[in-house]
Design a protein around this ligand. Structure first.
Ligand code: FE2
Ligand code: FE2
Length: 271
């Protein structure tokens, strides 16, 4: 795999071009309740990036100059993904209302998680490797999720917007994946990182969105043949990282949590 060109990335980092989207055409195509629900989830998770960054900056990640430089542009681009999705929701007549609780006020569980992460990071010099694997998995899941959303929704303006967002997510993925690959070459590091992913990983948005929303989204995007193939591709790519050859991610999570199409029709859960 080629090296990630950090200087090139930073030099070209920019907001998703809102002026290029045909906003006026949005109401010309049908929009389902599932689409709106998905947009809300994705918009909220994108906007939550800055809070995630706060936890990240409390760890050793901030001490790595390449990672710190990347994160500055990364949060900028993710912020615009949130704004663009909010604009789309507005265009379909479902604008985001005011938040019930300020975003910065996280739940007790989230605050404990952030404090624990910062503590482990202090104790373990190679902690950044975990963030890089985590980032790689989440960016790949996100970009795959956006591609699936475009395919499932079949709304031309949404597809155009998602295609543009996916370009950013692919660059994010590449940065994290490359970083992870280099750091995991040390077997001890790979072993601990693998343990933590096995123990704590859940799909993007878990812990931020309510569980039924995570399950709805996984089912909407990844159920059925095309979806399952996409989920498997995510898993297979991460399995190419040192020490992650047998990791169980999206497909295994789907088997545990997502409702099968048949189950949805019958009102049953798939186990
Ligand atoms: Fe994003
Ligand atoms: Fe991203």
């Amino acid at each position: 795999m080629p090296a990630f060109d950090l200087e090139g990335y930073v030099g070209r980092s920019r907001a998703v071009d809102m002026s290029a989207i045909a906003w006026a055409d949005v109401p010309r195509y049908p929009v389902s309740a599932e689409m709106v629900r998905t947009l809300r989830y994705m918009q909220d998770v994108e906007s939550h990036t800055i809070i995630y960054l706060r936890s990240l900056l409390a760890t050793r990640a901030v001490d790595d100059p390449d990672v710190a430089t990347f994160l500055a542009c990364w949060v900028y681009e993710e912020t615009f993904h949130g704004l663009a999705l909010a604009r789309f929701l507005e265009a379909v007549g479902s604008p985001i209302g005011p938040r019930a609780r300020p975003r910065g006020q996280e739940t007790l569980a989230k605050r404990i998680e952030a404090a624990a992460t910062a503590m482990v990071s202090k104790a373990w010099a190679d902690f950044c490797a975990v963030h890089m694997v985590w980032g790689a998995i989440n960016e790949l899941t996100t970009l795959t999720g956006y591609r699936r959303f475009a395919a499932v929704a079949g709304h031309p303006v949404l597809t155009d917007l998602l295609d543009r967002i996916v370009l950013d997510e692919s660059r994010h993925f590449f940065f994290y994946y490359r970083q992870a690959e280099i750091r995991l070459r040390r077997r001890g590091v790979a072993r601990v990182a693998r343990f933590l992913v096995d123990r704590f990983w859940a799909p993007v948005g878990s812990g931020v969105e309510a569980d039924p929303e995570v399950e709805f989204l996984a089912t909407y995007l990844f159920n059925g043949p095309g979806g399952l193939d996409a989920a498997r591709k995510v898993d297979d790519t991460i399995r190419r990282l040192p020490g992650f050859e047998t990791v169980q991610l999206l497909e295994a999570w789907m088997n545990r949590h997502a409702t099968s199409q048949e189950g949805r029709r019958n009102g049953h859960r798939n186990h």
